[in-house]
Design a protein around this ligand. Structure first.
Ligand SMILES: Cc1cc2nc3c(=O)[nH]c(=O)nc-3n(C[C@H](O)[C@H](O)[C@H](O)COP(=O)(O)OP(=O)(O)OC[C@H]3O[C@@H](n4cnc5c(N)ncnc54)[C@H](O)[C@@H]3O)c2cc1C
Length: 305
C-alpha cells in the first residue's frame, strides 16, 4: 500500500497533504469529518502572527518559514486569498519574538489570509498534485492505517478523543463580521483581561472581522449576543465608525490548544503503521502551517521507504 492518509482537513491537514502530494508521494488522501466551512480553520481571522501557541521558540521558527511561503502566495491574491497587509500590534500584549519582529518590520506588514478563499485554494492545489479530499470521519487512527502505508494525524481538537490526548483543550473564540466602513489596515490589541478579551480589526474581502475572545475550556459554539456587543464596543473604541456598521455575521470557533506544546512527532500505531502527529496549534495554526507541514512530511519519510 503506497498511499498516505492525512486525517483532518483543516489548514494543518490540507497544507500537510499538499506538501506530501507535491513532493510526489503516490496517493495522498485527506479524510475530514467536517466540511471545510465547518472547521475551526474556516472561522479564523487569518492574520499570520504567533499567538496562543506553545512552545514559542519552535512556533516562531515555523512562523518565519511559513511567512516566506505566504509571501509567495501573496503575489497572486485573487487565486490564493493571501495578501500582505500593514497593521499595528498594540503594545502591552503578548511578547513578540525578536526574529518575528525583524521579519515583519515596523510598522508590521504580514500575511492576512481570507480563509474562505484559502481553504478551497489548498484543496484545489492538493487535487492538482494528484491528492484526494474525502469527507469521512475516522473512528480510530488504526482505521486509516488499514488502508495506508502511513497516517498523519491533523485532527486538531479531534485528537483529544482520537489519540486519545486529554492534553488538548478548547479555547473558544467568538468574532463578528461587519460591513467595512473603510478600514484598510489591521489592528490588534491582545491586552487581555481574565476572560481573554482582546480587540482586533481585520479587513477581509468579505467584510471587517472584529474580535475577539479566548475562553479557556469553553466549548459552546453558539454565538453569544452579549459577547458580540462587547466585541463591537471594544473595537469601536479604536475605530468609532464600527459602532454603526451593519453586522453581517457572527462566528465561533474552538482553538485546539495544547499547553504542553504543538505535538509534531512520529510514532507507531498498534498495528505497526507509522503515524506522524501534527496537532495542537492553538491560536496560530495558519501562521505556522507551512513550517509544520514541511516538518511533518519529513517525518513521514519518502514513499517506498
Ligand atoms: C476566532 C478564531 C480566530 C483565529 N484567528 C487566527 C489567526 O488570525 N491566525 C492564525 O494563525 N490562527 C488563528 N486561529 C487559530 C486557527 O484557527 C487554528 O490554530 C487552526 O485552524 C487549527 O487548524 P487544524 O487544521 O489543526 O484544526 P481544524 O481546522 O479544527 O481542523 C481539524 C480537522 O480534523 C477533522 N477531524 C477531527 N476529528 C476527525 C476524525 N475523527 N476523523 C476525520 N477527521 C477529523 C475535522 O473535521 C477538521 O477537518 C483562530 C481561531 C479562532 C477560533
Amino acid at each position: 500500500m503506497e498511499q498516505t492518509i492525512v486525517v483532518g482537513g483543516g489548514v494543518i491537514g490540507l497544507t500537510t497533504a499538499v506538501v506530501l502530494a507535491e513532493r510526489g508521494d503516490t496517493l495522498v488522501r485527506v479524510w475530514s469529518r467536517d466540511p471545510e466551512p465547518e472547521t475551526t480553520s474556516a472561522v479564523a481571522g487569518g492574520l499570520a502572527w504567533p499567538y496562543r501557541i506553545e512552545p514559542l521558540d519552535r512556533a516562531t521558527d515555523w512562523a518565519v518559514r511559513s511567512f516566506r511561503h505566504f509571501s509567495w502566495l501573496a503575489e497572486q491574491p485573487a487565486e490564493t486569498g493571501v495578501r500582505l497587509v500593514r497593521g499595528e500590534m498594540a503594545e502591552g500584549g503578548d511578547p513578540v519574538p525578536e526574529e518575528w519582529r525583524a521579519l515583519v518590520g515596523s510598522p508590521p506588514r504580514t500575511p492576512l489570509i481570507d480563509m474562505r478563499a484559502y481553504l478551497p485554494y489548498l484543496r484545489a492545489r492538493l487535487e492538482k498534485a494528484g491528492g484526494v479530499y474525502e469527507q469521512r470521519a475516522a473512528g480510530s487512527l488504526t482505521e486509516a492505517a488499514a488502508e495506508a502505508r502511513a497516517v498523519v494525524n491533523c485532527t486538531g481538537l479531534g485528537a483529544r478523543t482520537l489519540v486519545p490526548d486529554p492534553g488538548v483543550r478548547a479555547v473558544r473564540g467568538q468574532v463578528v463580521v461587519v460591513e467595512n466602513p473603510g478600514v484598510e489596515e489591521w489592528y490588534v490589541a491582545t491586552d487581555e483581561g481574565a476572560a481573554g478579551e482582546s480587540a482586533y480589526l481585520l479587513p477581509q474581502p468579505y467584510g471587517l472581522l472584529l474580535g475577539g475572545t479566548a475562553e479557556d475550556g469553553a466549548e459552546d459554539t453558539a454565538p453569544d449576543p452579549a459577547t458580540a456587543e462587547a466585541i463591537i464596543r471594544r473595537c469601536a473604541r479604536i475605530r468609532p465608525e464600527v459602532a454603526e456598521a451593519a453586522v453581517l455575521e457572527h462566528r465561533v470557533g474552538l482553538r485546539p490548544f495544547r499547553p504542553e506544546g504543538v505535538r509534531l512527532e512520529a510514532g507507531t500505531l498498534p498495528d505497526g503503521t507509522p503515524c506522524v502527529h501534527n496537532y495542537g496549534h492553538g491560536g496560530a495554526g495558519i501562521t505556522v502551517s507551512w513550517g509544520c507541514a514541511v516538518d511533518a512530511a519529513a517525518l513521514v519519510g519518502p514513499a517506498g521507504s
